[in-house]
Every structure is written in C-alpha cells, then in structure tokens.
Design a protein around this ligand. Structure first.
Ligand SMILES: *[C@@H]1O[C@H](CO)[C@@H](O)[C@H](O)[C@H]1NC(C)=O
Ligand SMILES: *[C@@H]1O[C@H](CO)[C@@H](O)[C@H](O)[C@H]1NC(C)=O
Ligand SMILES: *[C@@H]1O[C@H](CO)[C@@H](O)[C@H](O)[C@H]1NC(C)=O
Ligand SMILES: *[C@@H]1O[C@H](CO)[C@@H](O)[C@H](O)[C@H]1NC(C)=O
Length: 213
C-alpha cells in the first residue's frame, strides 16, 4: 500500500512537470500596437523586402548574403522585430508568441532577450540548427522536429533572481541563468549565425508582452 502511494506521488510529480500549463497565469498583459514593433533589417532595403504581416502573421526572412543592420557593421544579416516601449531593467517580464520555422532554415537565432553584461550582448537566444531549437549553439536542445509547424513560446525573465524560464507549448523546457545587463528587450525573427542556410525565415503570431505588477 505504501509503495503504491509512493508510486502515485512520483507519477503525479512527473505529470506536474510535463503537463502543459498556462505560463501567463498571474501576469498582466501589456498593450501592444504598431509602434511597439520596430523592424531591424538590412540597411539598404525597405522593410517590405524582408517582412510581411498578413492575417495576423509576421513573416520575417533574410539571406546570408544580405547586408547588416548598419553600413560597415560586421554583424550578420537580420530581419527582426524589436519590441519597443517595454525595455526593462528589473522585475519579471514575459514574452509569448507562436513561432513557425520552414524546413531548410538553419544556423539562425529566432528569438532573443537582448541585454547582458559586456562582452555578452544577449541574455538568451533561441536558435535553429538542423531542425531543432537550441539554447544558443551548445544547447541544450529546447525542442526537436520544429520545422513546418506552429509552437507556442513563453520566455519569462526574472531579472532580480537572475533566472529565466522557457516554455514550449506550455511545458517548462529550460531554466537558464541570467547574464546581467541593465537594459533588456525582446526580439524575434531571423538573425543569421555561423553556418546559416542561404535563406532564413521564421513566422510569428499572437505576440504578447506581459509583466508582474
Ligand atoms: C500605441 O502605444 C503607444 C505606447 O504604448 C501609445 O503611446 C500610443 O498612443 C498607442 N497608439 C495607438 C494608435 O493606440
Ligand atoms: C548541423 O548539421 C551540420 C551538417 O551535418 C553539422 O556540421 C553541424 O555540426 C550541425 N549543427 C549542430 C548545432 O548540430
Ligand atoms: C528588484 O531590484 C530592484 C532594483 O534593485 C528593486 O527596486 C526591486 O524592488 C526588486 N524587486 C523585487 C521583486 O525584488
Ligand atoms: C563564427 O566564425 C568566425 C570565423 O570562423 C569566428 O571567428 C567566430 O567566433 C564565430 N562566431 C561564433 C558566434 O561562433
């Protein structure tokens, strides 16, 4: 009987960890409009050459041969939306979005929490390599078989506790540490990394920024 109870408890604990939850529970959703979405793209092209917004879906794409954000910059090409108006330096902040990566896109960052103690620039990067979603390049792998399907991404940044949480489809996948920094914001889209594919694309919908009051 005792063994059965212990087994039941262990099973419940396991389920509690892998059962989808709503990571936005207890958070307050902040208002977003067009002015909160700023496009970063190759400096020599209009936004519409690397971005579209149709039926609520942000589609962002870039080629490995594209120019960087600024002339004479050594950074890789990108087509990203930087959330504007909600930069933060303390508190608890959350990004939610549904992401989609077409087959073939690899060697690219699709979501980041910007800001860290130099020489780092970012606190978190979610990258695509060979069909899986990685925490930076070394991993761990956050999600396998990501191509050609929508997945829900919730990233929570506990600034004071210097901790983050990454949920995919409501399941906690990763709790990476913070990396300092005094100014943070969320970005999503495509930002080329080493070994990227020639064509890189990600799509996003249902973008929310939330915080704890
Ligand atoms: C959009 O949001 C900004 C910042 O939150 C606000 O100042 C502005 O009035 C809003 N614009 C519209 C058209 O709602
Ligand atoms: C992706 O695949 C390429 C080619 O097989 C390999 O060289 C590379 O190490 C892989 N990248 C990762 C992060 O697994
Ligand atoms: C987080 O740190 C900031 C700055 O040090 C402080 O003002 C704030 O009260 C802290 N918040 C919490 C929830 O601890
Ligand atoms: C990318 O490759 C270059 C050249 O091999 C190397 O110097 C650089 O450190 C790499 N960058 C990253 C982020 O791995």
């Amino acid at each position: 009987m005792a063994a059965l109870l212990i087994f039941a408890c262990l099973l419940l604990m396991h389920l509690a960890c892998s059962w989808p939850v709503d990571p936005t529970k207890g958070f307050v959703e902040l208002p977003l409009n067009k002015s909160n979405f700023h496009n970063d793209k190759p400096y020599d092209l209009p936004v519409s050459d690397r971005y579209s917004f149709v039926d609520g879906v942000h589609k962002l794409w870039v080629y490995s041969t594209d120019k960087p954000l600024f002339k004479n910059s050594a950074t890789k090409p990108r087509s990203e939306i930087r959330i504007r108006g909600y930069d933060y330096s303390s508190g608890v902040w959350q990004f939610e979005g549904y992401g989609y990566v077409p087959c073939g896109t690899t060697g690219v960052c699709i979501m980041q929490v910007f800001g860290a103690t130099p020489p780092r620039a970012t606190t978190l990067m979610l990258r695509v390599y060979n069909g899986s979603l990685y925490y930076y390049k070394a991993g761990p792998v956050v999600l396998e078989n990501i191509y050609d399907r929508w997945f829900r991404v919730n990233v929570i940044h506990y600034v004071n506790a210097s901790k983050l949480q990454v949920y995919i489809d409501g399941v906690l996948k990763l709790e990476p540490p913070g990396h300092g920094g005094t100014n943070h914001y969320f970005k999503f889209g495509v930002y080329g990394e080493n070994d990227s594919s020639y064509y890189m694309e990600s799509r996003w919908k249902g973008i929310k920024v939330l915080t704890k009051m």
